[in-house]
Design a protein around this ligand. Structure first.
Ligand SMILES: [Fe+2]
Length: 431
């Protein structure tokens, strides 16, 4: 199968163009949905002033809305639907078959159901997979002939002729509720980010009710929170990140360190849930507007192949990303400052402190430091290593980074990551 991200010109020219200093000031758009956060987003009774329900319902002229969700988050559908049914007479159809990693066949199935029902409002309720499934299905609902795998960032998606999208996250990590990207997986193990020329996949509304994240199992809290941290660091470190993106990313990084351990320890404590929901949403903004990082490229490849939780995987690769990027930029020092781990006399020591802080958090959350601890057998790893080394450089998160790693460097990262050892940046490979 051929994918847009494998395109020779994009890989060889797109990456350097994004990194080029002189292009950074050319245009700096910043796209976000209209965001509502709080405990009273789904009130059955209208208040004195118009609220989120009124604003969202205004977009539903046909009075038909479609819910994309999964077999877990479907439990929240009645709460979401109730005010729209009672106050605005909107009729809903629920499709609850979203699956982890948003496989393309489920996206197509969802789009078929959407076409039969003909909504002009789509509610995505769930984690990243439900929201990404909804985005992909929305595209195929509006353009049944579209081939998702070849939609490069140079092509417009031309959405919003039939429907608008409302994202309601029930986990805190993916950032899909504010991002302009849908990550869809394909039968050969490829996980592909699709976004189009303008970030049309940015939902029209993001509704953040922290009570929907209460009671998440600890390992899901840890994994999704790890994803949020990786988004914030990736977005902060991305070559294209400007002050706006960096400010949001830095705050999100601090919030994750402050609140994720508490959210992990007690899934019913509301304050950490509120803070992590905000942090994850904020981290999604620089990810979407400034760019991703190699933690995501490496994590996508391994996570897609061995079906390991996305957040756990990208967080595992985050220390390696910081080590690799330290060859090109000392921007990580600002993260050290924010977290109080900077060693004024030594940037090398500061980086080591930052990585130790991240790995300390991973240990606290019982997340794997190495691939062998994540359940990847050495036999499978060795068998797939050629595919891994071929696939990773085709991920846009890889070639839109600071520089391209050669095959030997990439191999070194994967071998160290297998054992959970850090890179030796003094070795020949990294000179
Ligand atoms: Fe992610």
């Amino acid at each position: 199968m051929s994918y847009w991200s494998h395109e020779y010109l994009l890989r060889n020219w797109g990456g350097p163009m994004v990194q080029a200093e002189f292009l950074k000031e050319a245009q700096r758009p910043f796209f976000v949905p209209r965001i509502f956060s709080g405990l009273n987003l789904f009130l059955d009774k209208a208040g004195l002033l118009p609220d989120a329900v009124d604003l969202v319902a205004k977009e539903c002229k046909t009075k038909k809305a479609f819910i994309v969700t999964d077999d877990y988050a479907v439990r929240f559908a009645p709460k979401v639907m109730s005010p729209y049914e009672k106050r605005h007479g909107i009729k809903f159809e629920i499709w609850d078959k979203a699956r982890p990693d948003a496989p393309i066949d489920t996206v197509m199935e969802c789009a078929r159901k959407m076409r039969e029902f003909g909504p002009d409002l789509i509610f995505a309720i769930g984690g990243g997979s439900s929201m990404d499934t909804a985005k992909g299905a929305w595209l195929l609902y509006e353009h049944p002939e579209a081939n998702i795998e070849i939609l490069s960032p140079l092509m417009p998606l031309n959405l919003r002729n039939k429907a608008r999208l409302v994202a309601i996250p029930t986990t805190s990590g993916t950032g899909s509720e504010v991002s302009g990207v849908a990550v869809i997986s394909f039968p050969d193990g490829v996980k592909l980010g699709v976004g189009g020329a303008l970030p049309e996949f940015v939902p029209d509304f993001a509704l953040l009710d922290p009570t929907l994240t209460v009671g998440m199992p600890p390992q899901l809290t840890a994994g999704t929170g790890g994803d949020a941290l990786a988004h914030a660091v990736d977005g902060f470190m991305a070559p294209r990140a400007d002050e706006l993106n960096q400010a949001i990313a830095l705050k999100a990084i601090k919030m994750v360190f402050e609140w994720l351990p508490r959210a992990y320890q007690n899934g019913h404590d509301l304050m950490p849930r509120i803070k992590m929901q905000q942090a994850a949403m904020m981290a999604g903004m620089p990810l979407s507007n400034a760019g991703s990082g190699i933690s995501h490229a490496l994590g996508h490849t391994i996570g897609g192949l061995f079906h390991i939780h996305h957040g756990a995987m990208v967080l595992l690769f985050l220390p390696y990303e910081l080590q690799v990027y330290s060859k090109a930029t000392d921007r990580y020092l600002e993260i050290c400052d924010a977290l109080g781990v900077r060693e004024q006399s030594s940037s090398v020591q500061s980086l080591a402190n930052l990585i130790a802080k991240i790995r300390g958090l991973m240990s606290e959350l019982n997340l794997p430091l190495g691939l062998k601890d994540a359940g990847v057998s050495r036999h499978d790893f060795d068998k797939k290593i050629d595919f891994i080394l071929d696939q990773t450089p085709t991920d846009p998160a890889f070639y839109f980074g600071w520089f391209d790693l050669n095959r030997e460097q990439l191999m070194d990262v994967f071998l160290c990551a297998y054992e959970g050892k850090l890179l030796d940046m003094k070795s020949e490979i990294w000179r």
